[in-house]
Ligand binder design. Structure first.
Ligand SMILES: Cc1cc2nc3c(=O)[nH]c(=O)nc-3n(C[C@H](O)[C@H](O)[C@H](O)COP(=O)(O)OP(=O)(O)OC[C@H]3O[C@@H](n4cnc5c(N)ncnc54)[C@H](O)[C@@H]3O)c2cc1C
Length: 435
């Protein structure tokens, strides 16, 4: 994520720098006014570049999963690019306001002359200016509610739908207010490419086209209720489903009004277009979902996505797999996929953390799945039984790889614990949070 963001920011800064050196300073302009103009240009360019990346990543580009490390990381990059875009937009806006301060300090002389337009272009330029200003206020407000985790997800997601419109307003602002000479230079070409990618993302989002080419229709063929408000949902999809790798997830729509929610495919690819999901009631929609779903109802599954994939493990590394709570789902798929060839299954220590191992319905499932896999050693950690998992009990030694799926709090605790022991194993983590 950091590499992509830093590379793009550097590329835009270099292209801007090229223009600064290639273009003569306007006659009579003083250093203060030139500096203000260039900070205005650079902050605007960086903001639009980040915002274009945000819009493109919102289209869930599966081809970027390998370089960026999975769809959960793409979403994290989307979020951080959004935060950077708003920060640069704020600098841009403050720099614009600084004109009055400069005027009071140095007077009007030495200002960078404004480009003159007439007719329709002038009208569009004024419109672009106003749109940019309104859009900046709106994206600042959006950032605040995005970072304010207590703001309800559903309301946030509804408000978030306005982002493509705000982006198109900012794109118009960028096109109309960028210096005209940019369009004949590397900076203009780079911006044009980024704007095209961003506009594509905005249009896909507005026409509800995101993920449609990866969506397969099907029906719910089985439902069962586990303890702790967990529902097992079995689905049969049409033959268009291309299959999945154990550990991947999909966006599942049971109800058009509600839209898609991401769930891990908790079963292996059986080659018959059937999938199972284990869904825990964690919020407004998923709570009581088992009572609302019906066998025979239609379902749409978009995917598969994700790189929490058994085939990506390093066969030379010691394997430690940690599942906590509903984070057990990718491991259920892994264990199911290994049943076809148990003798070739890798050796691994599988830790499952639960509130109460005496009542947890996944405990007997895991025991049954591991019974046929001699290389997998299952450890159950029941919090009620006082058996919380600690970093020092993981047995990390030599070249170790940890695969973790569960709450972020426990992941951070284990990472910190390992660090304090001077241990730095490779830590693969599936993020169950996208906002
Ligand atoms: C890659 C991935 C795999 C997951 N796998 C499973 C699984 O196998 N089993 C399981 O029970 N849960 C899984 N989850 C979590 C599940 O998606 C959320 O619990 C569910 O969407 C909550 O919806 P809600 O409306 O009931 O909750 P709310 O209270 O409305 O939201 C709670 C949180 O859930 C997330 N969320 C809600 N709606 C969406 C959405 N449409 N898209 C993205 N995130 C959303 C947000 O982070 C939100 O803050 C997974 C999440 C991710 C990202």
């Amino acid at each position: 994520m950091k590499t992509l963001l830093l590379s793009l920011l550097s590329l835009v800064t270099l292209a801007w720098g090229w223009d600064v050196f290639a273009t003569a300073t306007p006659a009579g302009a003083t250093i203060w006014w030139v500096a203000r103009q260039e900070v205005l240009n650079l902050s605007g360019l960086l903001s639009v570049a980040m915002m274009s990346l945000v819009m493109y990543l919102a289209t869930r580009p599966a081809w970027l999963e390998a370089p960026l490390g999975g769809m959960d990381r793409i979403y994290r990059t989307h979020k951080w690019a959004g935060i950077l875009a708003v920060a640069f937009a704020a600098v841009h806006w403050l720099t614009e306001l600084s004109g009055d301060i400069l005027k009071s300090m140095f007077g009007r002389t030495g200002r960078v002359p404004k480009e003159q337009f007439t007719g329709f272009l002038d009208v569009l330029r004024d419109l672009g200016k106003d749109m940019g200003e309104w859009a900046i206020y709106a994206v600042l407000a959006m950032l605040v509610i995005t970072l304010w985790k207590k703001f309800p997800y559903r309301a946030w997601s509804l408000l978030h739908r306005v982002m493509p419109v705000l982006y198109l307003m900012l794109a118009l602002h960028a096109v109309m207010l960028s210096p005209t000479n940019y369009w004949a230079q590397p900076v203009g070409m780079l911006m044009a490419g980024l704007l095209l990618a961003g506009i594509y993302g905005a249009i896909e989002s507005l026409r509800n086209g995101i993920g449609k080419t990866r969506e397969t229709a099907g029906e719910v063929v089985g439902l069962s209720q586990l303890g702790g408000d967990i529902t097992t949902v079995h689905c049969r999809l049409s033959s268009a489903w291309r299959g999945h790798r154990a550990g991947q997830f999909a966006f599942v729509t049971f109800d058009d009004k509600e839209g898609a929610h991401p769930f891990t495919i908790a079963s292996a690819d059986r080659g018959d277009h059937t999938l199972s999901f284990e869904i825990k009631g964690l919020g407004d929609y998923t709570r009581g979902l088992g009572q609302r779903l019906r066998v025979g109802q239609s379902v749409r599954v978009e995917g598969p996505y994700g790189r929490f994939d058994l085939s990506r493990r390093n066969p030379q590394a010691k394997q430690i797999w940690i599942a906590a709570g509903i984070g057990v789902t990718p491991f259920l798929a892994w264990l199911e996929s290994l049943q076809t060839d148990p003798t070739n299954a890798p050796a691994a220590e599988l830790h499952y953390c639960t509130r109460d191992d005496a009542t947890d319905a996944f405990v007997p499932r895991l025991q049954a799945l591991c019974a046929g896999l001699p290389g997998i050693k299952l450890h159950i950690h029941g919090a009620k039984q006082g058996a919380n998992l600690k970093a020092q009990n993981l047995g990390v030694s030599g070249h170790t790889e940890i695969w973790y799926c569960g709450p972020t709090g426990l992941a951070n605790l284990l990472r910190d614990g390992l660090k304090s022991l001077g241990l730095l194993p490779r830590f693969h983590q599936e993020a169950f949070e996208m906002r």
